[in-house]
Write a protein that binds this ligand. Structure first.
Ligand code: KG4
Ligand code: ZN
Length: 340
């Protein structure tokens, strides 16, 4: 079935056309993303009102471009899938109202998609077979969760962050090292220029069940206060970046390994912007003998192909009852375990 996917939960506007089948490999006919990173960089973080305004401007353009590239029209589309949550309320509203307009004008069914479910399913976009039971590590600027799925489209959360997300930990640390927002990827790049570090940072929350990264930020801030040359000297700065990256990746792997010991799995997937991290990609595959599937970087970060795929799979599995009415509302918070 041909699914039009629409994503606007944070600072990426995205539209995609994906051919989705229950037993076939999804085929992306066209996908477009417009990132707002440079707009928000000057404010040091995402400004929700500005992001929403950008989505309003971008979505119609991306929609036209995607249909043009695929040489199709809305009449060819079988289903419209839109991110319903979790995310920034004003941003979600723009995407949802845009999708409702298309559904109303065309009579095509509409389905609201959980953004995290999109990230979990994203590895299928590359043709990988995700075999349940599976464990998904979702690590982005807004989310850090280990999710277990025993059956297709059924989820249980094994661990989630109680404060900062892994991407936020990268970005806030990067900021302390003098990088502009979001900074996580730049910190990682600098970290990879050295192989050792003379800095040792505290292990992050090993005992409790969830993730916590706020203590790491405090430890780095204190370290820099006591030793300003840790950011003033090029070699020391690279070594500090190296320790920060090790500390965040080690915390993610420690919890994932713990969960895998008590939860049987046939597949591990890692997704979200932080899944672009080289060290994490490398280390996660050494964690166990279980096959690890990580999407290409373009499908680790926010994209509309994963939304089209997740919406299409749910519609094919649940039939018309999965379709949403036009009074659908956004959910700024929407835990994945509540999906039925
Ligand atoms: O999934 P995403 O594009 O957006 C959401 O937050 O939903 O993730 C963006 C996050 C940012 O925090 C960014 O710094 C982080 O992913 N990120 C990285 C890397 N590339 C992106 N963090 C560590 N290493 C990277 N290579
Ligand atoms: Zn995301």
């Amino acid at each position: 079935m041909l699914v039009l996917g629409i994503e606007s939960s944070c600072d990426e506007s995205a539209v995609a056309l994906v051919d989705v089948g229950l037993d076939t490999c999804p085929k992306i006919l066209s996908e477009k993303v417009s990132s707002q990173v440079s707009l928000h960089a000057q404010y040091g973080g995402v400004v929700p009102e500005l992001a929403a305004r950008e989505h309003l401007f971008n979505l119609p353009l991306l929609y036209e471009a995607v249909l043009k590239e695929a040489q199709l029209s809305l009449a060819d589309v079988d289903l419209i899938a839109v991110t319903q949550g979790p995310g920034l309320k004003g941003c979600l509203l723009i995407g949802l109202e845009f999708a409702k307009g298309l559904s109303l004008a065309s009579g095509k069914p509409l389905i609201g998609v959980n953004h995290i479910e999109g990230h979990v399913q994203a590895a299928r976009l590359e043709g990988a077979k995700l075999q349940e039971p599976l464990a998904a590590l979702i690590v982005s600027g807004g989310h850090t969760e280990i999710i277990h799925s025993c059956a297709p489209l059924e989820y249980k959360v094994l661990a989630r962050t109680i404060d900062d997300a892994a991407g936020e930990a990268f970005d806030k640390s990067a900021n302390l090292l003098g990088f502009d927002y979001p900074g996580g990827a730049q910190l990682a790049k600098l970290a990879d220029t050295v192989t050792i570090s003379r800095f040792s940072l505290p292990k992050v929350m090993r005992e409790s069940s969830g993730f916590s990264f706020s203590g790491l930020k405090t430890a780095i801030a204190l370290l820099i206060k006591r030793q300003p040359d840790a950011v003033g000297d090029n070699i020391l700065r690279a070594e500090l970046a190296h320790s920060i990256q090790n500390s965040i990746v080690e915390a993610l792997l420690f919890k994932l390994k713990n969960e895998l010991e008590s939860t049987p799995c046939k597949t591990i997937t890692v997704s979200g912007g932080v899944a672009c991290n080289r060290l994490l990609r490398e280390q996660v595959s050494k964690l166990s003998n279980i096959p690890v599937l990580v999407p290409t970087p373009a499908h680790c970060v926010d994209n509309a192909a994963m939304i089209a795929l997740a919406g299409g799979l749910r519609f094919l599995k649940q039939g018309q009852r999965a379709a949403s009415s036009l009074d659908l509302e956004v959910h700024a918070r929407w835990p994945i375990e509540t999906l039925g």
